[in-house]
Design a protein around this ligand. Structure first.
Ligand SMILES: [Zn+2]
Ligand SMILES: [Zn+2]
Length: 318
């Protein structure tokens, strides 16, 4: 996941006391969630076209339970293709149907099984991490939801799918907190991790749009520092292993999950820049899940990536 030994990009210049970029930013892990339509290799082709070093994919249609097995030959070709590409961080996002918090036994079992499948597929493709949503407790209550999720994660970490590799990470994604969805507060995510017997290879993926919609302000440098301090107190920033960098169409605390283009939502350029440049998370992979068209322009990814690179590199007078 590229967490260790990366140059910290923001440093105080000894002469003029400004925050400057040190020129070590070739380790900036940045990418987009890309489609695998036409074959998993296509996502790597597209990442190369965009010049990115991180990549997130679904390994199958995220709104369908059935997963067509990945043929060993397909996996082998994909891993070879990735090895010769500039992708340093490869992440698999699980399907949207999973609900690890549900009180419905049949849905719960199906979700736990699917999570194991997702992990196995990620191992086949040589991914560095799997990112998953946690689901909703419906009317069973938060406590019951936490127990359900922790039990699912215990089941996973004891499974063959998990132990067939010793370095794949599982990242729990925070949510906007719509309805009874779990994972919208740092305290709740911490409670889940505390309940898991072996949380060694578990971490958090922080989605900036979801956090903002859940009520964590990210709109200014100061607000970003406070929100990351809150994360640090609840979970420890070493648990923050990846960022889904999305602006938010809806307002702070709206509990609505609507991703916006970088700098064009309620978080805005200053907030996004502060997230990108926060020295304690600057070496994490940043993955965009922004809409794929912008003002009718079909190459929105390229436009959003350019905006991110400019905000990351911008010198900031203090
Ligand atoms: Zn997600
Ligand atoms: Zn996300």
């Amino acid at each position: 996941m590229g967490r260790a030994n990366h140059a910290v990009v923001a440093a105080v210049h000894p002469l003029d006391n400004r925050t400057v970029t040190t020129g070590q930013d070739e380790r900036f892990l940045l990418g987009c969630h890309l489609s695998i339509a036409g074959g998993v290799d296509r996502a790597i082709d597209e990442a190369e076209r965009l010049g990115t070093s991180a990549l997130q994919i679904f390994t199958h249609s995220p709104s369908v339970w059935r997963m067509k097995p990945i043929e060993p030959e397909t996996a082998r070709r994909f891993r070879g293709r990735r090895a010769e590409s500039p992708i340093d961080s490869l992440v698999v996002h699980t399907m949207y149907l999973l609900n690890l918090a549900t009180p419905d036994d049949a849905l719960y079992q199906r979700s736990v099984d699917a999570l194991l499948d997702e992990v196995h597929r990620a191992v086949q493709l040589g991914a560095d991490a799997v990112v998953t949503h946690l689901g909703a407790h419906k009317d069973a209550g938060e406590e019951a939801g936490i127990e359900r999720i922790a039990a699912a994660l215990d089941h996973l970490t004891a499974s063959d799918a998990w132990t067939e590799t010793d370095d794949l990470r599982l990242l729990l994604e925070n949510t906007a907190g719509a309805g009874t969805t779990m994972g919208s507060t740092f305290g709740q995510l911490a409670a889940i991790l505390e309940d898991v017997a072996d949380a060694e290879r578990l971490g958090i993926c922080l989605d900036t749009c979801h956090a903002f919609a859940a009520g964590y302000d990210l709109g200014t440098t100061c607000a970003v520092a406070e929100t990351l301090d809150a994360f640090d107190r609840a979970l420890g920033l070493d648990r923050l292993e990846m960022i889904h960098l999305n602006d938010s169409l809806t307002s702070l605390g709206s509990h609505r999950d609507r991703h916006a283009h970088i700098g064009r939502g309620e978080i805005g350029e200053a907030g996004i820049a502060a997230v990108l440049r926060h020295p304690r998370i600057a070496d994490r992979p940043f993955v965009l899940e922004t809409p794929k068209t912008l003002d009718g322009h079909p190459d929105a990814d390229r436009i959003n990536l350019a905006a991110v690179r400019a905000l990351r590199a911008k010198e900031e007078a203090q």
